[in-house]
Write a protein that binds this ligand. Structure first.
Ligand code: SF4
Length: 334
C-alpha cells in the first residue's frame, strides 16, 4: 500500500547558546493508511522530536535546521510555511499527548473546544459542529455525550479526558494521528480501553498512526510495525511480530530484557535488569555507534565507524556491525 507518510534521511539540529545541536540523524520510516507504527526507545532517543519534526511544532523558535524529506500524501512538508502547516495540523495530522490536562483549555467546556476545531477546519455552523462533536464522543464510547460536552476538563476523570482528546484528534478524520505516550499517565485497565479505541478508530477511518512509547508491552499490543530509536537514530525496524520475536539489535534486546516479568520462575530477590550507563548527550560527537559505550558486543570497529542499515529479513532492518555475532552469543546463553 502507498504510504501516507514517508520520511527519508531526516536530520534535525536545534539551536543552543553555543551553536546547533544535532538531534536526529538519517531517520527513515513510513506508515500506510490504517497501519500503526510504534516508535520506541528510552527518554532522549528522539521519538517525540521525530513527531514534532513532522508537525513542525519544534522548540527552535524557527532557527531549527531540518534536512532530508518528509512526504505526506505525496506533498513535501519540510519547505511548507507556518500558515500552510496550520491548515494541515488538526485537519490532516492530529496529535494526542500524554497528559490531556495540559492540552485541554481549563476555562472552556469540552463542547466549545471540540466545536472550535470542527468549525475552523470544516467551515460548519456551531449547531452542526455540536452534533458532530456528540457523535464523535459517542464513537469513543462516552455514553452521556451531551452532558460531557457541557463539562469543563477538571470535571472529568483522566481516562475520560484522554477519550475526549482522542475524540478531538479524530473529529476531522485525519489521515495521520500521532499519539505521543497517550497511555503513560493512565492506570492499566483504562490504558487497555484507550489502546482498543485507537486501534478501532484507526481501522474504521483508515487513519495511519504513529504510536510513541517507551513501553514495549504497549507497543507489542497495538502496533503493526516498529522502529526502535536510540540517540536520534533508528537502530532496528520491521514488522512488530518479527522485531518482538527475533530482536536483532543489542539495544532492542536490552530494552526487552529490562521489561519486568511476572512469571512463576521469578524468585524473590531477583534483580531487574537495567541497561548500564545513560543515553549520550546529543552534543557529544561520537565517531562510531552511539550505543557502543553501553553495548556488551562492541568491538573496535563500533567505536570508529557508524553502522549502516542491514536488511536481515522481509522489511526487517538492523543497524549493527555485529548483529549476527551478538545473536549467536545470546543463543549460546552468554
Ligand atoms: Fe553494539 Fe557495535 Fe552493534 Fe553498536 S554496532 S550495537 S556497539 S555491536
Amino acid at each position: 500500500m502507498t504510504p501516507i507518510l514517508q520520511i527519508s534521511d531526516l536530520s534535525l539540529s536545534l539551536p543552543v547558546k553555543k551553536g546547533m545541536v544535532p538531534i536526529l540523524h538519517d531517520v527513515s520510516l513510513s506508515v500506510a493508511p490504517g497501519e500503526i507504527l510504534g516508535l520506541v526507545g528510552e527518554s532522549g532517543s528522539g521519538k517525540s522530536m521525530t513527531a514534532f519534526a513532522v508537525t513542525r511544532l519544534l522548540p527552535g523558535g524557527g532557527r531549527e535546521k531540518l534536512g532530508g524529506s518528509i512526504r505526506f500524501c505525496g506533498e513535501e512538508l519540510t519547505g511548507k510555511s507556518e500558515k500552510d502547516m496550520q491548515a494541515i495540523r488538526g485537519r490532516d495530522i492530529s496529535m494526542i499527548f500524554q497528559e490531556p490536562m495540559t492540552c485541554l483549555n481549563p476555562v472552556f467546556t469540552i463542547g466549545r473546544q471540540m466545536t472550535d476545531v470542527l468549525m475552523t477546519h470544516q467551515k460548519i455552523s456551531r449547531a452542526e459542529a455540536m452534533k458532530k462533536a456528540a457523535d464523535m464522543l459517542a464513537s469513543v464510547h462516552i455514553r452521556n455525550a451531551e452532558d460531557v460536552l457541557r463539562c469543563y476538563p477538571y470535571e472529568l476523570s483522566g481516562g475520560m479526558r484522554q477519550r475526549v482528546m482522542i475524540g478531538i484528534a479524530l473529529s476531522c478524520r485525519p489521515k495521520l494521528l500521532i499519539a505521543d505516550e497517550p497511555t503513560t499517565a493512565l492506570d492499566v485497565t483504562v490504558q487497555a480501553k484507550i489502546l482498543y479505541l485507537i486501534r478501532e478508530a484507526c481501522r474504521k477511518l483508515g487513519t495511519a498512526v504513529i504510536f510513541i512509547s517507551h513501553d514495549l508491552g504497549v507497543i507489542s499490543q497495538i502496533c503493526d510495525t516498529v522502529a526502535v530509536m536510540y540517540s536520534g537514530h533508528i537502530v532496528e525496524a520491521g514488522k512488530a511480530a518479527d522485531v518482538f520475536e527475533t530482536p536483532e539489535h543489542p539495544y532492542t534486546r536490552a530494552l526487552m530484557a529490562a521489561v519486568p516479568k511476572f512469571t512463576a520462575s521469578a524468585a524473590a530477590g531477583d534483580r531487574l535488569f537495567a541497561i548500564p550507563g545513560i543515553v549520550p548527550d546529543p552534543s557529544t560527537p561520537m565517531a562510531g555507534c552511539r550505543f557502543a559505550p553501553r553495548c556488551p558486543y562492541a568491538t573496535e570497529l563500533c567505536h570508529t565507524s557508524p553502522p549502516t542499515d542491514i536488511v536481515t529479513g522481509e522489511g526487517h532492518i538492523v543497524y549493527c556491525h555485529n548483529w549476527k555475532r551478538s545473536m549467536n552469543r545470546k543463543e549460546a546463553g552468554e
